[in-house]
Design a protein around this ligand. Sequence first.
Ligand code: SF4
Ligand code: SF4
Length: 75
Amino acid sequence: MKTKVKKGKIEIDAERCKGCKYCILTCPKGCIEISPNFNSSGYFPAYFFNPDSCIGCAMCAVVCPDIAIEVFIEE
Ligand code: SF4
Ligand code: SF4
């Protein structure tokens, strides 16, 4: 029997992000990193660094204090 693997995708709003790294510390798959480019507020925002590994668990969005992450899931 084959089990379907959940595939996830996130979008990070770089302008809302303050670079606190909570999402990076929480992601179990190492999908998020800090961008080398700062946003208009002078923060280095998180970006979706490793999209192939995302399982759509939404932990990153749950911990984000700035509601900067949206999660999408494909079955
Ligand atoms: S949805 Fe889960 S696996 Fe995907 S980036 Fe967020 S924490 Fe990581
Ligand atoms: S948890 Fe939210 S505010 Fe913090 S780095 Fe991640 S996206 Fe940015």
